[in-house]
Design a protein around this ligand. Structure first.
Ligand code: SAH
Ligand code: SF4
Length: 349
């Protein structure tokens, strides 16, 4: 089976040329895939019948199937998708009142970085996803939205996995989101745990994508305890790479900071964070911890979250508490996957 989403424009042209189709068929097919949101080959009514039959027999749109789906009260849709080899990843669509439609997509099955509070980190690493598997998650949402007269406006690479551990596929995905789905780089965010060579390389891609860095702690001791990757690239090196990134790209960065009650949510912590990032054009996203089974921390109280952000703001650092979406449906990174695995284990014995 040929996954049409794995083919870029020249690839699609070449496939149809091999099938002795005139060149304009590739344009028609691309329009169905990326502009008109066709769900199946039967929908592609301006393609000749025999071509539709051959496509249905030899090709498909996206290399995965949706195996579980939950919809939150706030409209967030979270699904588990299964790849050909059985690996499952999470992919989320978040509708906002202002009309934005944001997809949160996964870059790996599992994750090798082992952050202690993260459900994906707790499950370990299975494998990298291919560009087509990453891109396909967004393309599927884009196509479904098109059919309802809506448009996928934003994409965040913040699902399962560490994008800069799967660097080439992640960056190729970003380029295709713009080229094929018309989502401008400024509407795409890639989040990294702090892989320093990846940050330095990304600075040189000439992309206007937003870079988010998972900071979560302002001293090496605390950060290494939460994010083992900090032992490899400690804060001084990380901050240096981020400064270089902002200078080369001319972009501000986002810092992510999980608020864990009594640990990372004090005014004192906010002061230390302010000192650490002083002079870097940035925005801090403070995210109340999503509780996970493997970590004993509790989410911060909303008054403490507000205090944390106030301290940063007074120090001249733009900061907001990120609204938690889909909190009633395991919509934290890796949580639906973990829940389904538990259910499957119970079912099998
Ligand atoms: N691997 C990348 C992107 C995926 S995780 C990264 O770590 O940046 C997306 C964000 O969710 C990261 O900032 C991560 O630290 C955060 N996160 C993971 N588990 C969380 C939890 N249980 N509560 C709050 N934030 C969490
Ligand atoms: Fe991996 Fe990001 Fe989770 Fe850390 S927070 S384990 S890097 S997915």
């Amino acid at each position: 089976m040929i996954d049409l989403l794995a083919l870029d424009e020249p690839g699609l042209v070449a496939l149809l040329a091999r099938w002795n189709q005139p060149a304009f068929r590739a344009r028609q097919l691309r329009a169905w895939l990326y502009e008109r949101g066709a769900a199946s080959f039967e929908d592609m009514t301006d393609l000749p019948g025999p071509l539709r039959t051959r496509l249905a027999a030899e090709a498909r749109i996206g290399a995965f199937v949706v195996t579980a789906e939950q919809q939150s009260r706030d409209g967030t849709v979270k699904r588990l998708v299964k790849m050909d080899d059985g690996q499952q990843v999470e992919t989320v669509l978040m509708p906002y009142a202002d009309g934005r439609r944001t997809a949160c997509i996964s870059s790996q099955a599992g994750c090798a970085m082992g952050c202690v509070f993260c459900a994906t980190g707790q499950m370990g690493f299975a494998r990298h996803l291919t560009e087509a598997e990453i891109f396909g998650q967004a393309a599927r949402f884009a196509s479904e939205l098109k059919r309802r007269g809506e448009r996928l406006s934003n994409v965040v690479l913040m699902g399962m996995g560490e994008p800069f551990h799967n660097y080439d596929a992640a960056v190729a995905t970003i380029r295709r989101l713009s080229r094929d789905l018309g989502i401008g780089a400024r509407h795409i965010t890639v989040s990294t745990v702090g892989i320093v060579p990846g940050i330095r390389r990304f600075a040189r891609e000439g992309l206007q994508t937003t870079l988010a860095i998972s900071l979560h702690a302002a001293t090496d001791e605390e950060r290494s305890a939460m994010l083992p990757v900090n032992r490899r690239w400690p804060l001084a090196e990380l901050i240096d790479a981020i400064r270089e990134y902002t200078e080369i790209s001319g972009r501000r960065v986002s810092f992510e900071w999980a608020l864990v009650a009594g640990r990372t949510d004090s005014a004192d912590q906010a002061e230390r964070l302010a000192n650490l990032v002083a002079g870097i054009p940035c925005h801090v996203n403070a995210i109340p911890l999503n509780p996970t089974r493997g970590f004993d921390g509790a989410p911060t109280l909303s008054a403490d979250a507000a205090g944390f952000v106030d301290t940063l703001t007074r120090r001249g650092i733009p900061a907001t508490v990120r609204v938690r979406r889909g909190i009633d449906i395991d919509a934290g990174c890796g949580q639906l996957h973990a829940e389904v695995q538990r259910k499957e284990r119970r079912a099998h014995g």
